[in-house]
Write a protein that binds this ligand. Structure first.
Ligand code: PLP
Length: 381
């Protein structure tokens, strides 16, 4: 059985590519694009040109960083000797204006992953009970487990969406937090804001709802939108956003949380570190690069529609995708499918039990999507 953990996937892929003569010295699988104004338009190593692996396993956005962020990154090198103290505040102000929320309702993280961990610790320590869907993004629950949490996983429904009725039924007197990933990773399905609002309003006082909106910018279904408005209503809700997805800055590590000031202070108290000056400046620049954000969204949604059309044509089931990835039933054990794709230099997602024949495929550039679809047609049934 192949170990598809991130590290082993890299090691296996490197061996595979070396064996097939496709490896290049110094090749960094999944590396983000070079951070300079003269950088190529898409990330190196993922262009689908045939000589390099196509990395479609980590839900990265190969179009980023935006031109504005690239320019700022290259100009920031001389300022690397400075702490970004004041600039943190400037980014928070920019985010506050962007989100139309007071600045004291925002906390920065070195990726939203850091905030997920902080929330896992805050809610999970001393045996705190946390409820999450199965399957969902596991950074919060994994960290909470290490902190001594009691975890309750509630299977997604038939449409592979969060089952809010069952999640509500799972809430007990010990529940401290419920994690809702919307759109959900890995299934890609999304809940309407109204449904989350009704869920939050049904919870006992003191239970925090953590809504991870890492992929919200790619959603296009009516009613699927941020629930940050619940925060300004004073609810115990934390909304998490990241610059790793639509902004295409996964390698730069910056994200933010939106919550009531008391919750923001609690998160700040357990945060491990603070963002670096490149991240803070690039995030601010990217926020203002509307042309890039609109174009990226258009391309990803266009490719997503193309993939689902092809899957329908091939008779392969998929969950309704609202992120920059598609979760579909390959019709064969995932290990076999992964091997067939690796043999064509395409790296695809790891298993998400109990969906042992399903694969999560990240939406890459248009040529990468073409290569993936060609491979999908070519592999044996
Ligand atoms: N939340 C979800 C749902 C994700 O899929 C990811 C990363 O893939 C993250 C958060 C972490 O993102 P970040 O790069 O901001 O730490």
């Amino acid at each position: 059985m192949i170990d598809l953990s991130r590290r082993n996937l890299l090691a296996n892929s490197a061996l595979l590519l070396a064996g097939s003569g496709l490896a290049r010295p110094g090749l960094s699988l999944g590396a983000a694009g070079a951070a300079s104004a003269t950088a190529p338009a898409v990330a190196p190593g993922v262009t689908g040109a045939g000589a390099q692996p196509i990395v479609l396993c980590w839900n990265e956005n190969p179009y980023g960083p935006s031109p504005a962020a690239r320019a700022v990154l290259s100009h920031t090198i001389p300022f690397s000797c400075r702490y970004p103290n004041e600039e943190n505040g400037q980014l928070i102000d920019a985010l506050a204006a962007h989100e139309r929320i007071p600045a004291d309702h925002i906390v920065l993280g070195t990726g939203s992953g850091e905030l997920l961990r902080a929330l896992g610790l805050l809610n999970g320590r001393n045996g705190g009970e946390i409820i999450a869907a199965q399957p969902t993004y596991s950074e919060l629950t994994d960290y909470a487990r290490q902190s001594g949490a009691t975890l309750k996983f509630v299977p997604v429904d038939k449409a592979l969406k969060h089952d809010l009725t069952e999640m509500r039924a799972a809430v007990s007197a010990h529940t401290r937090a419920v994690y809702i990933c919307n759109p959900n990773n890995p299934t890609g399905t999304a809940l309407q804001a109204e449904a989350i609002e009704a869920f939050v309003n049904s919870l006992p006082e003191g239970v925090t709802t953590i809504v991870d909106e890492a992929y919200m910018d790619f959603a296009d279904l009516q009613g699927v939108q941020t629930v940050s408005g619940l925060v300004t209503q004073g609810k115990r809700v934390v909304v998490l956003r990241t610059f790793s997805k639509i902004h295409g800055m996964a390698g730069i590590r910056i994200g933010y949380g939106i919550a009531r000031p008391d919750i923001i202070n609690d998160i700040g108290a357990v945060a491990m570190t603070s963002p670096n000056i490149f991240a803070v400046r690039a995030a601010r620049a990217s926020l203002g690069d509307h042309a890039f954000l609109i174009d990226t969204r258009r391309r990803i949604i266009g490719s997503r529609q193309r993939i689902t059309r092809e899957l329908t044509g091939l008779g392969l089931a998929y969950a309704e995708p609202q992120g920059n990835f598609v979760f579909f039933n390959t019709g064969k054990p995932l290990e076999r499918f992964t091997e067939l794709m690796h043999a064509r230099s395409i790296l695809v997602g790891r298993p998400f039990p109990p969906y042992d024949t399903w694969c999560r495929i990240t939406i890459g550039t248009e040529p990468e999507v073409t290569a993936f679809l060609q491979a999908l047609h070519a592999i044996p049934a």
